[in-house]
Design a protein around this ligand. Structure first.
Ligand code: PDD
Length: 277
């Protein structure tokens, strides 16, 4: 079943518990994480919660619970919901106070949802997906996993309108990342991806996949590359908690490589699956 949590209480997901004056609701004044659970085990949960803490710090928001307490609450939610393959959404905001832009003196709010996983089909992994190139119109602090996702949502929808799975974003001619994924190009056996600076979210899956690549003897260069470089790549792929390692076979009307998942992406996907266990 699905389950929710709001400020200390486990509740049904359709409970009407968020007051109008909640700052996540009114300002998007908060940060979040998405954690995947495979067969009862949260995958890289500590890494996600450390990033949540760093995102909170970056917007001067105090963590409502310690990382250890979050881990306990997540385990409790999974047990209560009787979920083994799940997606947990964790959000913290600056709390509930009469609408005023400056910070209120109130405790932060925590909400969570526990839902069955929405995994991609094996066919999607085997065939790969198409992406659309779109302008990166986001702010300069994309390393913060903030609730303010309007540019991401607009880009994702524009891509969907073109029949694409994801929007790959371009800033000043360089590929940054996807609307909710990190982006990679492979040329002559080398994996290229944007450096983890303020222009992208430093993906937890990204870090795991780059480590898997290095352990497999695949060279990785954390260098920004242009959209022309992507279009001429031998292979391309994206990563995220929900999409794992997914081949990009088409960028708008351009076929990437052979138009099917290539050897590097297939190897990385297989090794990533092993890591999951
Ligand atoms: N999205 N870049 C952006 C902009 C993202 O929103 C995400 C994650 C990623 C990949 O990060 P990770 O590997 O840690 O999931 C990169 C989540 C899944 C979401 O918003 O649903």
């Amino acid at each position: 079943m699905t389950l929710a949590f709001f400020n200390g209480e486990f509740l049904p997901t359709d409970s009407l518990v968020i007051p109008i004056d909640e700052r996540g609701h009114q300002f998007g004044d908060g940060v979040y994480e998405v954690i995947k659970i495979y067969d009862g085990t949260p995958f890289l949960m500590r890494e996600h919660l450390v990033r949540l803490e760093n995102s909170a710090k970056a917007i001067r928001l105090e963590m409502p619970y310690s990382i250890e307490r979050f881990e306990e609450l997540i385990q409790e939610g999974l047990t209560r919901a009787q979920l083994r393959d799940a997606q947990v959404y964790v959000q913290i905001t600056r709390g509930i106070a009469t609408r005023l832009h400056s910070f209120p003196d109130v405790p932060p709010s925590t909400s969570m949802t526990f839902r069955p996983s929405k995994s991609l089909t094996e066919e999607t992994f085997n065939t790969g997906i198409k992406v659309a190139l779109l302008e990166d119109e986001r702010w300069y602090n994309c390393y913060i996993k903030s609730l303010n996702l309007l540019p991401n949502i607009l880009a994702k929808q524009a891509a969907a309108d073109r029949g694409c799975f994801e929007a790959v974003l371009v800033r000043d001619g360089y590929i940054t990342e996807g609307s909710s994924t990190n982006t990679y190009a492979v040329k002559d056996g080398v994996v290229y991806t944007h450096p983890a600076n303020k222009r992208i979210l430093n993906g937890i899956t990204r870090a795991a996949v780059l480590q898997v690549a290095q352990e497999s003897g695949i060279e990785v260069r954390e260098e920004a590359f242009t959209s022309e470089f992507l279009l001429a790549a031998d292979e391309a792929f994206l990563t995220s908690t929900t999409a794992e390692v997914l081949a990009i076979t088409h960028v708008d009307d351009t076929v990437i490589g052979t138009g099917t998942p290539g050897p590097v992406v297939r190897q990385l996907h297989a090794k990533f699956r092993k890591l999951i266990g």
